[in-house]
Design a protein around this ligand. Structure first.
Ligand code: SAM
Length: 253
């Protein structure tokens, strides 16, 4: 199972090649559309990875602090997006200045946390009054699928099949069970499949932890890929126009 320290170089190469459908044509446009003006603002990039968003934030005039648990990712970020301050910290045990940031931002890093309340409370404390926390996660619905290969086919199923004759039900997916789920990124162009685990939480947990931490939820978004993504990858475009993969939350202190 890949840890980001082991895949840092490949991850960064994939991202800066600008060809990762789920990022470039799907999550990134949705996040940038929701991002408030950052010029002159103190911005926290939580789970900043190799600095892909950090660089965008810096270009837009923000003063950025990037936090990531992976030293190798941060080492790349220091070269790719110099000008930010970087902290190698576990989001589960954040040590941040109080009432300091105007905006906290996190792209696809929160799903790696089993417990999210301590992180949310720490971000809340680190923000100034009215500060905004914008973060993207995997959509809890997509995480509960049963994935398996049969013959030449790959199945990814949620729902049930009822046998009228045998009066038996075959269920695919288990929404209420919190668990580690495996994603396989078929980065075949780069010669490898990357397997990454993140933690499934129900929507109830996701929303209630935000509320318990003190934040107001000002928006919940289930984005769709942008139109030009269809030209790049028609199959995944069609898939994600009908079945969600990401969710974005916007919170305010
Ligand atoms: C999918 S990558 C996203 C990186 C970056 N936000 C981007 O968009 O390129 C997830 C990042 O979350 C970081 N991460 C995972 N668990 C973490 C934790 N407990 N504390 C801090 N960072 C964590 C990983 O090291 C990785 O860099």
């Amino acid at each position: 199972m890949a840890k980001y320290d082991n895949i840092a170089k490949t991850y960064h190469e994939i991202r800066i090649a600008g060809k990762a459908f789920y990022n470039e044509y799907y999550e990134v446009p949705a996040m940038l559309k929701l991002l408030p003006k950052v010029s002159g603002k103190n911005v926290l990039d939580l789970g900043c990875g190799s600095g892909v968003y950090t660089k965008i934030l810096l270009k837009r005039g923000a003063k950025v602090v990037g936090v990531d648990i992976s030293k190798n990712m941060i080492d790349i970020a220091k070269i790719y997006a110099p000008g930010a301050k970087y902290l190698c910290q576990d989001m589960a045990k954040l040590r941040l200045p109080k009432n300091y940031f105007d905006i906290a931002f996190s792209s696809l890093a929160v799903p790696y946390l089993v417990e999210r309340l301590p992180m949310l409370k720490a971000v809340y404390k680190s923000l100034k009054k009215n500060g905004v926390f914008l973060f993207s996660i995997t959509n809890p619905l997509m995480e509960i699928k049963d994935s398996f290969d049969k013959g030449t086919k790959h199945y990814s199923l949620i729902g049930y099949v009822y046998d009228n004759k045998k009066k038996k039900v075959e269920i695919h997916g288990d929404y209420f069970k919190s668990k580690w789920v495996l994603s396989r990124w078929r980065a075949s162009r780069w010669g490898r499949v990357i397997a990454i685990r993140h933690y499934h939480r129900t929507l109830e947990y996701i929303i209630n932890t935000c509320v318990k931490s003190g934040f107001n939820i000002t928006g919940l978004y289930e984005p769709q890929p942008i139109n030009i993504g269809k030209k790049y990858d028609a199959m995944h475009y069609k898939l994600r126009k009908q079945l969600p993969y990401f969710m974005i939350l916007k919170l305010q202190k």
